[in-house]
Ligand binder design. Sequence first.
Ligand code: 26Q
Length: 843
Amino acid sequence: MTAIDPNKRAALQIEDDRTGLSIETLRRAMADNLFYIQGKYPEIATENDFYMALAYTVRDRLLKRWISTTRSYVKNDVKVVCYLSAEFLMGPHLANNLINLDIYEQVRKAVVESGLNLEELIEQEEEPGLGNGGLGRLAACYMDSLASLEIPAIGYGIRYEFGIFDQEIRDGWQVEITDKWLQWGNPWEIPRPEVAYEVKLGGHTESYTDQHGNYRIRWIPDQVVKGIAYDTPILGYKVNTTNILRLWKAEAPESFDFQSFNVGDYYGAVNKKVVSENISKVLYPNDGQVQGKQLRLEQQYFFVSCSLQNMIRIHLDRAGKSMESFHENFAVQLNDTHPAIGVAELMRLLLDEHQFGWEQAWDITQKTFGYTNHTLLPEALEKWSISLFGKLLPRHLEIIYEINRRFLDQVRLLDPYDQGKIARLSLIDETGDRYVRMANLACVGSHAINGVAALHTELLKQTVLRDFYQLWPEKFSNKTNGVTPRRWIVLSNPSLTSLISSKIGDSWIKHLEDLRQLESFVEDRNFRQQWQQIKLETKRNLAKYIQKKTGIVVNPESLFDIQVKRIHEYKRQHLNVLHIISLYNRIKHNPDLEITPRTFIFGGKAAPGYYMAKLIIKLINSVAEVVNADPHVRDRIKVVFLPDYNVTLGQKVYPAADLSEQISTAGLEASGTGNMKFSMNGALTIGTLDGANVEIRKEVGEENFFLFGLRIEEVQALKAQGYNPWNYNNSNPELKEVIDLIASGVFSHGDINLFRPLLDSLLHYDPFLLFADYQSYIDCQQQVSQAYRDQDNWTRMSILNVARIGKFSSDRSIQEYCQDIWQAQPLTIELEEYVQSKAGLKV
Ligand code: 26Q
């Protein structure tokens, strides 16, 4: 062996500290980052400083993979999936990256050797709450699966300065606190000030004749904002593929500052900056009711325009590429209608900036886009008043009129006499005030349209998108949602993960269908005992957390009955409450009643302007206050509302559940994804035949699922015939007693008016049919209680739920999207050692 040149030895050490995975290297790298990035040494460092040092140590290990990935994509001329979403609810990155890098254990040891605790450092991370609920979290699970399946992909969205509000409970009411997730810095993002685009707003259009004598349109805006890219690397599980989540921040362009400065209007210049920055300031916290606010349309257009301009730049930067082949290199998926303005924007870019003719531009546009619908609720269908739309996006309105003119001409040829159909298909709603219908724009501008569960897709075809389905049945398909087992089992439930892997190996983490092999252990007593033991251990952990956060002491041996999700009338948290009060009444009537002890756990945020949802939170807390304090109850039932439900809390909650509440009125929950997370962690479901519940029940077996409530056809029939809640109330004494008790003021310190709006709605015009499903729900809960008494058999059912849940991996969903909609192929990424040699660092 020849001696190593001392200069090279120094270089080797630098390289190793950035990429090495041995415990000693990780420990040294952390110490180094603490010093050189945080400017601290251990004696004065805060817990957060240590977290940052570790986060940068992990990020260093992502960067090499990221650069190799990007270079490979360019070299191989791949097709890239672009997932456009106004929301990405990613959850904390640190632990997830440790899992996907497969270095959790090494890092734990390195952290211990530094005198620290890994779990405590992980808890330091403030989660990026850039989404409301299901739709945003789905986008995050899909980013994990795309990378894990080695599919080239970019997630495009908005870098909100304030994400979903933090929730506090004061006197039983929800109080919203601004989410300052960026206050301690974000080590996972890399700002790319050079990746920036101008986005025009307002103004008017003009026509002109270009140098070839063609008639053209020019858009003269009255405002321009600049979008700056912030990139977060998204590493796949045990692969090198590292995709990008690219979020746009809005700023004022320098030119505007400069103009105002020249005329001496310094204040005006600064003010323009403030107005521009408003666009990416805050996430709209309502996930149902749409409001038609101008700022929301500005947000949507802003991120979509930046994203499409970015794709075009990437495309044209590739040697020999022209816009004619754009759709061969980019598949753009619209996550609901929030980015649907992209259809008009791509048309504008092709027509006005790239001088395409209409037919060719339209052909490229339709081949580029796919549209996923997430709701059937009419109030959630986005529409924008023509006047607002035309004021903000005058050129897009012209383009939409032209799309509509050509589209409706085509419809008239097929069906000239059906005026009703033409009015329904039109991109413009002219039934009253005129509006642009974003779902219609998304449908005509896409080659593929999908719902998010089998039932939901069927309903879409029969109801809101019926006319489009009749026109283009071939465009429609179902893509049942899925969730990533990396975050929702491996990361959140490590004990269950080891038990499963000790029996069947760990292939299931990438191929969730392999969990089927667990079926052969159902009759293994020892295995069942271990399974039960793990459930108890996770329940103890949650019990500790509950006590720390709420002061309520719960019994880990009781049945943990959990409903966590956004608070909505259609999700019927208040039906759950009616059951609790029914049990309470039974105990009051018969103090020695033998009932299965239960802990009812709720969590979820209400949209700040949704009064009824906030009243439901108040009701839950009020019932909790009375029930938990009543000595007659003797701890047989406990009610807990966990404040500030988010991804981090979800990771603690799903593993600890015995019973998962999925109790929406049939036909109203498009899919649900929490239902999948619970089941994956061995909870049994009580649920209606709604959304993905239908498919979950089919997979796990009807005997392992607690079904209740009206079916969709029965809901429709009941509504057609006229639903009369009074009939149920008057003929069901137990129900009447519950309602009367709430009305009496027992839960509101004697205030008989507090819950009146809720009771009025239930008794007079409840579209969610609580009373119609009440008895069926109560009976079904009785069966649950019975079943739970046979712990051994309950455990069998729990194991079978996990063994048969494989279909609901987001890997399966993404594979279906790739095959049927995106035509995207995987590309295996090899680590390129010469990355560093180019920079002159390799020895
Ligand atoms: C729209 C316009 C203006 C302001 C806000 C919005 C907005 C924002 C978020 C509208 C809807 C949302 C979120 C919807 C959502 O989360 N839907 C859920 O999507 C899940 C993933 O497909 C499904 O599992 C759920 O069933 C569905 O409710």
